[in-house]
Design a protein around this ligand. Structure first.
Ligand code: ADP
Ligand code: MG
Length: 230
């Protein structure tokens, strides 16, 4: 059984009287432990697809099975729990909460874990301990109590990665994670994803940079809401 399985996924947006079909029949299978890059021109539907894979949005039609679960049959509450346990999301614009420290930003997703999962996910440790370990590993040990505005772009993204990892999800989704970084910090971020992949995580990264995509094992190309090459 594949970890991620999308079949004929379509997504339309209404703008006034007009309806735009942004995803036009996406079939995508990702096996557990794969490292996939999704490439395509601006406006081709990459972010829309990632939001659906990440359970942040629902398709207009089609099917999505995550770990065998029919995602689209879940209500919003169950979907949010599924997201908290299975998925870590990293965005191009970081989306850190400006008034929280690095440590507290990292801890945010813990609040969304169902109570019964919390014990399981933090066996032998605590959220704060795990957050410190992750941040240390990502070179943020000296920055635990800094606010986002005191960080460089690379440091912000490494904080966002720690946040994505705090609940030990098996899937890491990253939408143009290096888009706002200089090439050195971008490479450092991609090295982190490579290492996570080596540890067994399933990683999906959206990029339009060939160099960034070359970190992945497989490249999926999307154009006008369709997969044109895999
Ligand atoms: P990409 O990430 O590949 O640049 P997106 O998935 O962000 O592309 O967007 C694809 C198309 O869908 C764009 O034309 C965009 O304007 C449109 N779109 C995305 N989200 C919405 C939305 N919430 N409402 C209306 N149109 C949207
Ligand atoms: Mg996008």
């Amino acid at each position: 059984m594949a970890l991620i399985e999308l079949r004929d996924v379509r997504k339309s947006f209404r703008q006034g009287d007009l309806e735009f079909e942004v995803l036009r029949g996406i079939d995508l299978t990702v096996e557990k432990g794969e490292f996939v890059a999704i490439m395509g021109p601006s406006g081709s539907g990459k972010s829309t697809l990632m939001y659906i894979i990440g359970c942040l949005d629902r398709p207009t039609s089609g099917s999505y099975r995550l770990n065998g679960v029919d995602v689209l049959s879940l209500n919003d509450d169950k979907l949010s729990k599924l997201r908290a346990t299975h998925i870590g999301f990293v965005f191009q614009a970081f989306y850190l909460v400006p008034y929280l420290t690095v440590l507290d930003n990292t801890l945010l997703p813990v609040e969304y874990l169902p109570k019964e999962e919390r014990k399981e996910r933090f066996r032998g440790t605590s959220p704060a301990e795990r957050a410190k370990e992750l941040l240390t590993r990502l070179g943020m040990r000296e920055r635990l109590h800094f606010k986002p505005e005191e960080l460089s772009g690379g440091q912000k993204q490494r904080t966002a990665i720690a946040r994505a990892l705090i609940n030990s999800p098996e899937i890491i989704l990253a939408d143009e994670p290096t888009g706002q970084l200089d090439s050195k910090s971008g490479k450092a971020v991609m090295e982190v994803f490579k290492e996570l992949h080596r540890e067994g995580k399933t990683v999906i990264v959206v990029t339009h940079d060939e160099k960034i995509a070359s970190y992945a094992e497989r490249i999926v190309k999307i154009q006008d809401g369709k997969i044109v090459e895999s």
